[in-house]
Design a protein around this ligand. Structure first.
Ligand SMILES: [Zn+2]
Length: 153
């Protein structure tokens, strides 16, 4: 049996990679890169600033352990036979990722349109509202609760 067949047999019934694993793996990799930078700084400071050197040595250690921990956790997830649980974790991750992406996109839109729109909250129900700028005095009707108020746009 060659290596590929063995690997296929080994992975049978196991979970494998998903988007959550890719995210954790990427974060672990970045963390190890940061650790590498800290250890270089630490050795650079060893002669001139021993105390500073120790601080960066500790930072190195923290990021190193964190990075390795994430990598080990990725292995655990990929080789796990509890695929239902791993699948549920991935779904939760994707949901959170979506929420954060949506928030960022909203912020980006607001920044892009900041000259054409006011972004305000309904005084009654706190619903976010978008109102055109430079239209003089206008009456706003909340799209959610129907509350009416007047602003200088
Ligand atoms: Zn309202």
């Amino acid at each position: 049996m060659n290596i590929k067949d063995r690997l296929i047999r080994f992975m049978q019934g196991r979970y494998g990679a998903d988007e959550y694993v890719r995210f954790l793996n990427g974060t672990g990799f970045v963390s190890l890169l940061i650790a590498l930078v800290f250890t270089i700084i630490s050795s650079g400071l060893a002669a001139s600033h021993p105390a500073g050197s120790i601080v960066f040595r500790v930072l190195y250690f923290v990021f190193y352990i964190f990075g390795i921990g994430l990598m080990v956790y990725c292995m655990f997830r990929m080789f796990s036979r509890n695929t239902d649980k791993r699948h549920a974790e991935n779904t939760r991750f994707l949901y959170k990722k979506n929420t954060i992406q949506r928030k960022w996109r909203n912020l980006a839109d607001r920044w892009k349109n900041r000259k054409i729109y006011h972004y305000l909250k309904c005084p009654k129900c706190r619903q976010s509202l978008r109102v055109p700028k430079h239209k003089g005095k206008i009456r706003i009707t909340c799209s959610k609760c129907g509350e009416q108020f007047i602003i200088q746009s």
